[in-house]
Every structure is written in C-alpha cells, then in structure tokens.
Ligand binder design. Structure first.
Ligand code: DC
Length: 236
C-alpha cells in the first residue's frame, strides 16, 4: 500500500512565556518550511512604544485602547542586516529596535492585559493567519487566535534559564544587563501574563508541550519537523 502523505499544515501555533525559546524555534521552523513568521508579541510592544512616545498614560485603558485601533502596524521582512529578524513599522516609522527597550519591557504586560487592545490585535492576527502557511508565536495563539490550528506547541523553560538568555541577548546587543533584575522582571511578567483576566497564558488542551531548558532550538525544530512528517496519533 502506498504511504499516505501527511496533509499540509496551514498554521503552526506556538505559545509560551517570555524568553522560552519560542521565537527562535518559530523563526527556524518558518524558514525550514518556507512559511511566513509572525511574532505577535511585537504588536503589543508596538502599541506600548506608541503610548510612551505620545505620552499616553499606560494605566489609561480607554486611551491605550483607542491608540490600538488608530495605529497602523506593519511587519515586514528584514530591511537592514543589523541582527533584526523582521522590520516593524508604526505609521510608517521603523521602530524595530525601540520595541526591545527596558521601558517597553516594563509596560507591555499592562498594555496587553486590556480587552479592547487584545480584541483589535486578535482581529489583525487572524487576518494574517487566514493566508495560511504561517508560524504564529505568542501567548494565546493556540487558545484564542487560531484555536483550530492543526499543530500547537507550548514551549517553556525554567525562569532562571530564561533570565540567563535575556541577559546574554541584551549584552550581545551592546546594552548593560543585570541578571537578578532581569530574573525578577521575567517572574513579574510571567505572573501578569498567566493571571490576567483576558486570554491568560496557558497551553491549549491539545498543545504539545516542549521544555527548552536543556535543549537547543535546532534540536527542537528537528523534532517538530519529524512530528509533521510522521504525525503521532493524537498529535495532529
Ligand atoms: O513575546 P514578547 O515578550 O515580545 O511579548 C510581549 C508582551 O505581550 C508579553 O507581556 C505578553 C504579551 N503578549 C500577549 O499577551 N499575547 C500575545 N499573543 C503575545 C504577546
């Protein structure tokens, strides 16, 4: 009997906490499969950056929600070879690197906790997902944005390992970085992201859980590609 060819996958949903390795895995996977890659966290970061830029109080839910409706966020392929993985434009302005500043880190959890902000971003993310052949990375992709995605992954790592990665990344980018402060921030954001009222961070019931603490992203990607080629009962 001829071997059955697996059905093509339209959307791969990857969720997990900050610095769990989900973005690296998602990007490598998209490259290997020739899929588009969408890091949804950068959309919440873009609104946070715009709020700070316009001196809107991030505690003002109404004003921040209005801003989320008003701003244009474009995510485009790499334009400059400066280590970026994509380019983010807000109302035409390239703010890719501004998205990673400590000020944005400190405020993004609050901005992403607002229902109106989430509804608007989920709408935009779903429109992107409808195109198919997308790897989408975030906190609520498998549970809310693309609940019918045929492959859902939930990637975690210990808080200490995630803080080590963040510290290393910031130093590589030429910034100062204090491990203890970064660890405290990772734990603070985990708490807000997991306990917020709207779309808290949690694995979808049918998500495959992967612990990246001791596993390099390349190995994880190989395992996922294997899974796609030879789906195990119940995994797809
Ligand atoms: O993945 P990240 O660190 O760039 O995400 C930034 C923030 O956005 C984080 O606090 C959680 C939030 N976020 C979210 O609520 N839903 C998503 N789909 C992606 C990110």
């Amino acid at each position: 009997m001829a071997k059955k060819t697996p059905e093509p996958i339209g959307v791969i949903a990857i969720d997990g906490p900050a610095a769990s390795g989900k973005s690296t895995v998602g990007r490598l996977l998209a490259e290997k499969l020739n899929f588009l890659y969408l890091d949804t966290g950068c959309m919440y970061r873009a609104i946070t950056w715009a709020a700070l830029q316009h001196e809107i109080d991030v505690a003002d839910e109404t004003a921040v929600t209005q801003l989320a409706h008003d701003i244009q966020i474009d995510i485009q392929p790499v334009r400059e070879e400066d280590g970026r993985h994509y380019t983010v434009l807000v109302d035409g302005q390239d703010i890719t690197w501004q998205l990673r500043t400590p000020a944005v880190d400190a405020n993004v959890s609050q901005v992403s906790s607002y229902l109106g902000v989430r509804q608007e971003m989920v709408k935009r993310q779903r429109a992107f997902g409808q195109r198919g052949a997308v790897v989408m990375v975030g906190r609520d992709i498998g549970t809310v944005v693309m609940p019918d995605a045929p492959l859902k992954l939930f990637i975690t790592a210990s808080a200490e390992e995630r803080a080590r990665r963040r510290t290393r990344d910031r130093k590589t980018q030429g910034h100062s970085a204090d491990y203890d402060r970064i660890l405290a921030d990772v734990q603070r954001r985990d708490k807000i992201d997991s306990s917020r009222e709207h779309s808290p961070l949690r694995p979808a019931a049918d998500a495959i859980r992967i612990d990246s603490t001791d596993q390099p992203p390349e190995e994880i990607v190989d395992a996922i590609l294997q899974m796609i080629k030879e789906p195990v009962n119940g995994n797809r």
